[in-house]
Write a protein that binds this ligand. Sequence first.
Ligand SMILES: [Zn+2]
Length: 187
Amino acid sequence: MPDRCICPHCEDTADFPEQNRRDLFAFLYMAMELGAKAVPESGSRLALVQPCYTSFGLAGLSEYFAYMGRRIIESLTDSRHWVLAMLALEGCQRMPDVAEQLAEVAVTSLKISTLDTTRMIEVAIEYVKRLRVSGRTADRERRFYQYLVDAFANLVVREKGFDAFLDFHDRDWYKADESVRDRRGTL
Ligand SMILES: [Zn+2]
């Protein structure tokens, strides 16, 4: 994912032109609402708008995106779609107050759809294995996956207490985490 979007509405400036703001809003609305019939897979709809996350933030559309994101996440019933949607949300930390909120909604939704901690850990490992992060982050900026992994670990530990660590260990969670760090190291 490029750091900057090359779509015609995105401007890399805090002084966001009103016309572009309206175009971006229309684009987001189309991709999320009208696109539901044309592109039923919600992860793909999120991937469509993923390059514009920075601009949504600059254009003041963070709250609207968070609302859309929540609705999409709550509609996910399938773990494969959950993984795709989570991958497409990478970068949403560039919009103020979105990443932490959506990470919480996402782990709750995963819990409701899987109903089983062991299965949840398997889905989360699948996500971590497929994750590719690129580009630099601002000092101390946390990426979406870090919010998500934190929210996930908190939920599992709340459910299972200390046994959760054994579950993580048995499923090679710690190895999956190392492989993200290795990939980041080579980027
Ligand atoms: Zn854009």
